[in-house]
Design a protein around this ligand. Structure first.
Ligand code: DX5
Ligand code: ZN
Length: 224
């Protein structure tokens, strides 16, 4: 269970995505978090497989794709071809077909993750972690999905604590409102994969924020 710091490219200059990605990697990012929204599951529209494919031509980075879409199954093949590294779908959008989704994601050579919105109980993802073909990461949303720059919801830490207690070596990602003032709460609850958009891109020195986030996760892990 390593610390993974994943700047959210939603806060980058989309007109210069390749150089923004390169800049984040130089600043110490482990992963690049790519927010894919369909304007239906969430009230915002961002990027899709063609942009991932274009970016892939410029970087070998781990592309951590967060699918805020109503029909995630439709995106598996295009994103696999485009070169996504991880495909995280929402549990709310995969009630009937998560087993099929996980199978197809893995067969396309991607890691499979599941995300849950603030209003969704943590128990809803347990079957996906305990299945014989399980997800490899759980993303606990700490804001309502759709937009960057929102306020961190500390009450979501109960979910992170419950997951960490039950699954000591699971990758647990948090997304929304993470930055220097909220990281300690998330790290001590047990999160090890940290998405951060506005706090990283808005900083004068993104590398300092990234290393601070990493240090907090590593210290918390040492204390557990
Ligand atoms: C929100 C997205 C996040 C967002 C995080 O729906 O899933 O990844 O970019 O941005 P910040 O860190 O600014 O809250
Ligand atoms: Zn996200």
């Amino acid at each position: 269970m390593e610390a993974k710091i994943a700047p959210s490219m939603l806060s980058s200059d989309f007109a210069n995505l390749a150089s923004e990605a390169e800049r984040m990697l130089r600043c110490g990012a482990d992963w690049l978090h790519m927010d894919i929204m369909d304007g239906h599951f969430v009230p915002n529209l961002t990027i899709g497989a063609p942009v991932i494919e274009s970016l892939r031509k410029h970087t070998r980075a781990y592309l951590d794709c967060h699918l805020m879409v109503t029909n995630p199954l439709d995106y598996v093949e295009p994103l696999g071809k485009a070169g996504a590294s991880c495909f995280t779908f929402h549990v709310e959008a995969s009630k009937d077909n998560w087993q099929e989704l996980i199978k197809r994601i893995k067969s396309r050579g991607m890691r499979a993750g599941v995300a849950l919105k603030p209003g969704t109980p943590v128990e809803d993802v347990y079957p996906l972690i305990e299945d014989e073909n399980p997800v490899e990461m759980v993303l606990v949303m700490t804001v309502e999905p759709g937009f960057g720059g929102q306020k961190f919801m500390p009450e979501m830490m109960d979910k992170v604590r419950a997951l960490r207690k039950k699954y000591p070596s699971l990758d647990i990602e948090v997304d929304g409102g993470l930055g220097p003032s909220t990281i300690d709460v998330a790290a001590s609850a047990g999160a090890n994969c940290i998405v951060a958009g506005s706090s990283v891109f808005g900083a004068a020195e993104p590398s300092q924020v990234i290393s601070l986030l990493r240090k907090s996760v590593e210290e918390a892990r040492g204390n557990n």
